[in-house]
Design a protein around this ligand. Structure first.
Ligand code: PEP
Length: 263
């Protein structure tokens, strides 16, 4: 790997990515302890994948302190689509940046479902993230009925078109899209690697058409230490977004271990 890199840095596939979405599962102290465990676990490793930890908003500042200058990156779980103002309870991209996060999850299906976020809301959030130099981790994915009707590609296409129209993506340094079929999240059910590959290709093509070739496409939905290899070893899969299995140190470190093996 090292030798190949010396010969031609461009031939090596980029490092794989793991995003740990802790949702509303952990308190501040638990988030800090888990972040500490990850930083310790990665110490001494020469090559580590890009690991993003996404605690809930109240834990961002403390987790940022733990991550300090480590190679582990901090992501928020959501951002509001306006710059500033009378928006009680919302959090802006600037505030997220201020507490030390470098990335933000946008359009997670749980936000679309429980907070009623529309594609237009997601597009505004995306534009804010891009404007404030946060790496956007945009979640897209279809409900079960849409997949059964054979309309999954068109559904995700529409979700992507909404965000692509909202900001100039060609200037982005890093842009991450997580393909998360809604029916696979927290269900223990996963799509076939064939379906994931097909969707990832379609997502990449859509970004290429918009002048953005460096998009990383992750898979998310019931990833665990048993199935993670099948996903991350595929050349169409740049990494994984993990919910449940990322909230315990042992399973998170197992996942990171597998992802770093294939990176
Ligand atoms: C998620 O939070 O986006 C997710 C994929 O959750 P889980 O891994 O628990 O299915």
């Amino acid at each position: 790997m090292m030798f190949a890199r010396l010969l031609s840095p461009y031939r090596c596939p980029p490092m794989k990515i793991l995003v740990a979405n802790w949702k509303m599962e952990l308190g501040v102290r638990e988030s800090v302890a888990l972040a500490r465990g990850v930083v310790r676990g990665l110490r001494g490793l020469k090559e580590v994948p890009h690991v993003y930890l996404a605690p809930s908003h109240p834990a961002l500042t403390d987790v940022a302190k733990v991550l300090g200058r480590s190679r582990v990156l901090l992501a928020a779980q959501d951002v509001f689509g306006e710059v500033q103002g009378a928006y009680t309870g919302f959090v802006s991209a600037k505030q997220i940046k201020e507490v030390g996060a470098g990335a933000v999850i946008i359009g997670h299906s749980e936000r679309r479902m429980f907070a009623g976020e529309t594609d237009a809301d997601v597009a505004r959030k995306f534009a804010q993230a891009v404007e404030h130099h946060l790496d956007p981790i945009v979640c897209v994915g279809e409900p079960a009925a849409v997949r059964e009707n054979g309309e999954a590609l068109a559904y995700v296409h529409d979700q992507l078109d909404a965000i692509l129209a909202s900001a100039d993506v060609s200037k982005r340094r890093r842009l991450i899209v997580a393909y998360e079929p809604i029916w696979a999240i927290g269900s223990g059910v996963t799509p076939t690697i064939h379906d994931v590959r097909e969707m990832h290709r379609a997502i990449r093509e859509r970004f290429e058409e918009a002048g953005m070739e460096r998009v990383s496409v992750l898979y998310g939905g019931s990833v665990n230490s048993e199935n993670v290899y099948e996903f991350v070893s595929d050349s169409e899969v740049d990494g994984v977004l993990v919910g449940g299995a990322s909230t315990r140190l042992n399973s998170l470190m197992e996942l990171i271990g597998v992802v770093s093996e294939v990176s």
